[in-house]
Design a protein around this ligand. Structure first.
Ligand SMILES: C[C@H](N)CC(=O)CC(=O)O
Ligand SMILES: [Zn+2]
Length: 304
């Protein structure tokens, strides 16, 4: 792996999993997303993974119009690389999900590498009070939800974004998803270096045990050798533990309120920057340096 001691921190600023009533610090409006994205970049994030929401209800909104109020302001406020979601929310159709990346042609876009059960209903055990009716419905209905990412869906997103020079953050929620990346690599539809984001702890995907992390890394090493740049995200309470383990194995890391609302046990993160800051301290404590946006572009070979 290039620049062995430089670690790329990706920050996933708001996402489409957590709902407003779960944390008052979850950025919802365009101004909140701008402020927290720029704050995360100033703290050390060199890649910003972005979703959009309805500014009033907080519902995930995947229309290009919903991204327009904050994208230019973020670009004006930081040189971190922009990474636009093509996952949207797991309820959305792929033609809807790909639109913002197709319109804004970002340096990076997420690409979910397989269909999974996407369980969020268990969060209802923890949260009883909701400001908006859609929140408990959104969570409860995931009991019967399949986050669809068929080979055709993936190919559709690849072909839609390829001409734009956009590179992908390959979201791999399980070992099979690594083989799906290999399938598209063998067909020449994706080009190294592959930015592989291993996702741990989503109900329906792989767990958060160190053996799971080892298994993902071993399999990716066997399938891709040095043709990939590994990164990990741990959902919820596993976030920092998974990141620290992977960093020690040469991996890059993702934090942010999309993946976890917490800064520590029972302590809500007051913003995204607080998680990036803590991650930086952990990495520097382990003897690593945090990659700058320029170094991240070099490591991931982004179009700039
Ligand atoms: C577990 C994460 N929500 C994965 C994700 O970020 C998906 C996407 O936006 O395409
Ligand atoms: Zn996302």
């Amino acid at each position: 792996m290039a620049q062995r001691n430089k670690v790329i921190i990706t920050c996933a600023v708001t996402g489409a999993i957590h709902t407003p009533s779960m944390s008052e610090y979850l950025p919802i409006t365009a101004d909140e997303i701008v402020e927290q994205a720029i704050g995360a970049a100033a703290a050390g994030a060199s890649v910003l993974h972005l979703h959009a929401r309805n500014p009033v209800t907080g519902q995930p909104d995947q229309t290009p119009e919903a991204f327009r109020p904050f994208l230019p302001k973020i670009k004006a406020g930081t040189d971190a690389a922009i990474n636009i979601t093509t996952g949207g929310s797991p309820y959305m159709r792929v033609d809807e999900r790909v639109k913002p990346a197709a319109v804004f042609k970002p340096e990076v876009a997420s690409l979910n590498m397989g269909s999974i059960n996407f369980g969020l209903f268990h969060l209802l055990d923890r949260y009883q009070e909701f400001k908006h009716d859609w929140e408990p419905e959104f969570l409860a209905a995931t009991k019967d939800l399949v986050f669809r990412n068929s080979f055709q869906d993936i190919e559709y997103i690849l072909s839609t974004c390829y001409e734009n020079g956009t590179r992908f953050e390959f979201e791999c929620y399980d070992i099979a998803h690594l083989y799906n990346v290999k399938h598209f690599l063998d067909r020449g539809l994706v080009k190294p270096p592959l930015f592989i984001q291993s996702v741990f702890g989503i109900l329906g995907g792989i767990g958060t045990h160190p053996e799971d992390v080892m298994h993902m890394k071993r399999t990716a090493d066997r399938l891709f050798g040095d043709a990939y740049r590994w990164s990990v995200l741990g959902a919820g309470a596993s976030q920092f533990r998974i990141a620290a383990m992977a960093a020690s194995m040469g991996g890059n890391v993702r934090v942010g309120l999309e993946d976890s609302l917490w800064l520590g046990p029972g302590e809500l993160a007051p913003d995204n920057a607080s998680q990036v800051d803590k991650m930086r301290q952990v990495l520097e404590g382990l003897g690593y340096e945090v990659a700058t946006p320029a170094e991240a572009r070099e490591i991931l070979e982004l179009k700039g």
